[in-house]
Design a protein around this ligand. Sequence first.
Ligand SMILES: *Cc1c(COP(=O)(O)O)cnc(C)c1O
Length: 487
Amino acid sequence: MYYQSTRSDHRASDTAAVLEGIAPDGGLYIDPSLGSRPFDWQGCLRLPPLGMASMILSHLLPGFADMGELVRRAYDGKFDSEELTPLVPVGDDYVLELFHGPTAAFKDVALSMLPQLVTAARGQEGVRDRICILTATSGDTGKAALEGFRDVEGTGILVFFPDAGVSPVQKAQMVTQAGGNVRVCAVRGNFDDCQSGVKRAFAALSGDALPAGSLLSSANSINIGRLAPQVVYYFIAYADLLDRGAITLGEPVDYVVPTGNFGDILAGYFAKLMGLPVGRLVCASNANRVLTDFLETGVYDKRRAFLKTASPSMDILVSSNLERLLFLASAGDTALVADCMKKLNTEGVYRFPEEAMARIREDFAACCCGEESCLETIGRVWRDCGYLCDTHTAVGMYAAQSWKRARGADRRTVVLSTASPFKFPAAVLRAIGGELSGDEFEQMERLAEITKQPIPRGLRGLRERPVLHRDVIDPDEIVDYVRRQLG
Ligand SMILES: *Cc1c(COP(=O)(O)O)cnc(C)c1O
């Protein structure tokens, strides 16, 4: 098997694809044979979580030697739940808690694994250069990537975040990051400005333009090594439902996914292509409803106001991973994908053919949740079910409810919970009617008192940690900034 670009027939091995992050033509790497290569999904469901992880990752990235060992190193002792991603019944549905890793957001699942993959690929490809990980973050990827890569030999990591676009807790997590190979920089702009700056840096600093001794790679979900580990918890959740007797083997399960860059939900589609009985994947968006509109109309139009919401990690207008779905839904029509991406870049809008949209709608549904509904949902779920969810998860909970109402509630539904409520204490407190005085750190403590739940380990004592990163730049300075860091 091989990986290829979504925009041309450029090919790479899986190890090279992980090292490069993005294809030289700007496309994303994808395995065109995914779905046609056989996978023993039933056998996989009988394994313990880490066994599932190594079987799934070996299928998606077969070129890596000793995946079992890489998986063990990635997860052993890093998560505060033995099940890695526990499934919790809430009302009639199930919530898949993905936030038990070191930084209290779901990105930890993949970003604990990615450094193992990058260093293994570096060894296998015989690369001597230092791998510099460039990352744009809407808040959670940055911290999870910093934790994952800090002091990993042969690597360095550089994170750009929107200065006014992340929560105080997210910002504190990043600017206090220790480690000899880490750097964090704020950008006067939004997430899309950060992401397009990073993409420009990749384009400007490729080939001969790259300082000797360095290679660039990405920790964003444009990197297939970041996406592949996310497939695993769709299987874990399904196995858990089987164990509880909530479903029978083969019964389809709907998954509702709070979505931004379209990485998490695309991993669910990969799981489906590998045989897992996934029913519908419900793409839950916040008020930045560009994906809802796309799934409804076939027109992707980013020419709209960027809204800052209570779920900042989903404040995105350009969802990078959709490109991989376009490739799959058009049966690998790279010319079509390249044309859509070019139009998005130059005109800010493209239309995807109706025939392919119809295929997409067989597997995906979309729902958008406004700001008021988000907070109402947190309050309602807390009052009615005694379950506290964060703002991103609430978008998913709301979408699950609307989706079931629309289609009739006849199917098991799993809502992916992407962050701990303690990461967004102000919004969550407001939603449950708590007292709002003080800063977010005091609010975090108040939330712990009210709910009698402990603050996650990675969020404790944040306020006392020294600030180590103070750089702030404009979006058009990103490329030079990267060049200086490499030089
Ligand atoms: C990143 C993130 C999302 C969105 O995930 P994508 O893979 O970008 O779609 C949702 N919720 C939280 C808390 C996140 O950090």
